[in-house]
Ligand binder design. Structure first.
Ligand code: NAD
Length: 339
């Protein structure tokens, strides 16, 4: 299809602030003439009975069919008996890599003003395989599973991402000094794959040193590739550096699908008040546009967001302003013309 053919994208608005911020994304995409038509599916995990699937089959089938999806936050029911929401999605859609660009926003004051780091986290194995047992009262074993196949897959994705996003360097973050076999194999896979990408510089970093540098000299890093637990922690650390939850976009890459989502939750404390910041979900949508090769639309929306944040007249409460979600959305739409 040509770049301008209309694409159908699955949209899960989600719970809490989800419908408000998803509404903002739809309005802005429409105003930007993005050739996207939404297949909107209202899934809610609120009333699911224990034992039932949190995500209905029809919702998963929709993403599989359309190949692209945007997901708002979903409430995770407290208590046992449910298969985790994220686990369900990851397994059902084979979402093997999570990508989170942490890039300083113009005009948003944080400790550093030139953060530009992308974390790429292996999403299917490591410590999160859920293999834990008590071998003896008071003694628990937890297994970390690392496979060559998943490590090579995420490493290759990191280099491909770097190449197609004009990035210069990929750093493999590890603890192979202690976890010689598991992180050792992950690191060895990254080294091997790096040879296929001579145009991208390859570096290695011990995880604790990487964290120290991220909060003191974040400019050292460009693209980071990490195992599951390490990626979970370091990607939140990196999000904190750019001003937090309301701003950070992410994208999950699967074998056949791409599912973008904001990293924050349902924000029950402000839901329904028109106070939510839609930036994270909107920029997740922008990542999706780039995946669909709709680069002009992506640039235009991103520039409008940056301009609104830069002139600081219209900010949501989480960024110290007083603007409502709807006012901020309108400010972005007003900027689309000049962006
Ligand atoms: P949260 O991210 O919902 O909220 C944490 C704080 O950040 C709150 O004060 C909230 O008001 C604020 N916040 C978050 N997003 C914001 C936004 N876009 N604009 C303005 N302020 C924002 O985290 P929580 O309170 O720990 O979790 C609430 C619910 O969300 C739980 O049910 C949890 O399971 C779920 N959750 C879902 C996802 C997901 O679907 N990906 C992720 C995290 C949490």
């Amino acid at each position: 299809p040509s770049a301008q053919a209309v694409r159908t994208v699955t949209l899960f608005p989600g719970d809490g602030i989800g419908p408000e911020i998803a509404g903002a994304v739809k309005e802005i995409f429409r105003a930007a003439d993005a050739p996207v038509q939404w297949e909107e599916i209202a899934i809610s995990t609120k009333n699911v009975k224990p034992g039932e699937d949190l995500i209905p089959q029809a919702a998963l089938d929709s993403v599989r069919r359309n190949r692209y999806g945007l997901k708002g936050p979903l409430e995770t029911p407290v208590g046992k008996g449910h298969k985790s929401l994220n686990l369900t999605l990851r397994q059902a859609l084979s979402l093997y890599a999570n990508v989170r660009p942490c890039v300083s926003m113009p005009g948003v004051k944080t400790k550093f003003d030139n953060i530009n780091v992308v974390t790429i986290r292996e999403n299917t194995e490591g410590e999160y395989v859920g293999l834990e047992h008590e071998v003896y009262p008071g003694v628990v074993e937890s297994l970390k599973v690392i496979t060559r196949q998943a490590s090579e897959r995420v490493a290759r994705f990191a280099f491909e991402y770097a190449r197609s996003n004009q990035r210069k360097r990929v750093t493999a973050v590890h603890k192979a000094s202690v976890l010689k076999m598991s992180d050792g194999m992950f690191l060895e896979c990254c080294r091997r794959i790096s040879k296929e990408y001579p145009d991208i510089e390859f570096k290695e970093a011990l995880i604790e040193l990487c964290c120290g540098y991220l909060v003191s000299q974040p400019q050292r890093y460009d693209v980071l590739v990490l195992t599951n637990l390490a990626g979970d922690i370091v990607s939140d650390l990196a999000a904190g550096l750019i001003g937090g939850l309301g701003l950070t976009a992410s994208l999950n890459k699967g074998e056949h699908v791409v599912l973008a989502e904001a990293v924050h939750g349902t924000a029950p404390d402000i839901a329904g008040k028109d106070w939510a910041n839609p930036t994270a979900l909107l920029l997740s949508g922008v990542m999706l546009l780039r995946e669909m090769d709709l680069h002009d639309h992506a640039e235009r929306i991103e520039r409008a967001v940056h301009q609104v944040l830069q002139d600081a007249q219209c900010r949501t409460r989480d960024l110290g302003g007083t603007a409502r979600c709807s006012e901020y959305t309108q400010a972005i739409i007003d900027r689309l013309g000049t962006a």
